[in-house]
Write a protein that binds this ligand. Structure first.
Ligand SMILES: Cc1cc2nc3c(=O)[nH]c(=O)nc-3n(C[C@H](O)[C@H](O)[C@H](O)COP(=O)(O)O)c2cc1C
Length: 194
């Protein structure tokens, strides 16, 4: 089959985001394992807060359409999700909400159904954003994404990274790389006939 296509992004728009650093590690590992990886920054797809009246008047915003098209054209997602107040960040939930809206003639949830995702998180806190991942997993699962059981949460993220972007703890580094490699491998198997 052709290389599996993976879309990778963090649920943060912050320039110095720990989750942007983390997703880069997983994305590079997936690429090294033979996947075609598109690493994006949600900051480049600014979306208004979902508003049904805005959608009725103006349709789906251009940036949300672009984001959704990217999701449609990839078979797998690598997501690094910060935890806000024990849950998903507003920016990630808003992007998912817009992407879940059906354009005329489109199959419902076209950019989610049949896709496979691997999750990770990083936080300066002691749990590494683990509680937020529970919610992200549930949301994605409910809209048709197969979310892989393996996940990694990196605690004390403000102390966890080397200046070159790798994780100081080699075991943590290997675990994050394994998420990228594992997603690439499962996509190879799932889409072997394509
Ligand atoms: C509104 C808000 C709520 C937060 N709530 C939590 C939380 O519940 N658990 C946690 O571990 N960190 C929490 N944090 C701290 C974030 O983990 C921290 O800001 C982290 O750097 C965000 O991820 P990023 O670096 O990828 O942007 C919160 C931060 C903000 C701004």
């Amino acid at each position: 089959m052709a290389s599996p296509r993976i879309l990778a992004f963090a649920g943060s728009t912050r320039a110095d985001s720990f989750n942007k650093k983390l997703i880069k590690i997983a994305a590079e590992a997936a690429r090294a394992a033979g996947a075609e990886v598109t690493l994006i920054d949600l900051r480049d797809y600014p979306m208004p807060l979902y508003d049904g009246d805005l959608e009725t008047k103006e349709g789906i915003p251009a940036s949300a359409k672009q984001f959704k098209e990217l999701m449609i054209s990839h078979q797998g997602f690598l997501l690094s999700c910060p935890e806000y107040n024990s849950s998903i960040t507003g920016v990630l939930k808003n992007a998912i909400d817009w992407a879940s809206r059906e354009a005329p003639g489109e199959t419902p949830l076209v950019c989610f159904k049949g896709k496979t995702a691997a999750l990770m998180s990083a936080s300066p806190g002691g749990l590494g954003g683990l509680r937020g991942l529970v919610h992200v997993r549930s949301i994605l699962g409910n809209i048709g994404v197969l979310v892989l059981p393996d996940q990694v949460a990196v605690p004390k993220a403000h102390e966890a990274f080397q200046p070159d972007g790798s994780l100081k703890d080699p075991k943590q580094q290997a675990a994050v790389e394994k998420l990228g490699v594992g997603l690439a491998a499962i996509l190879q198997k799932l889409h072997a006939e394509q």
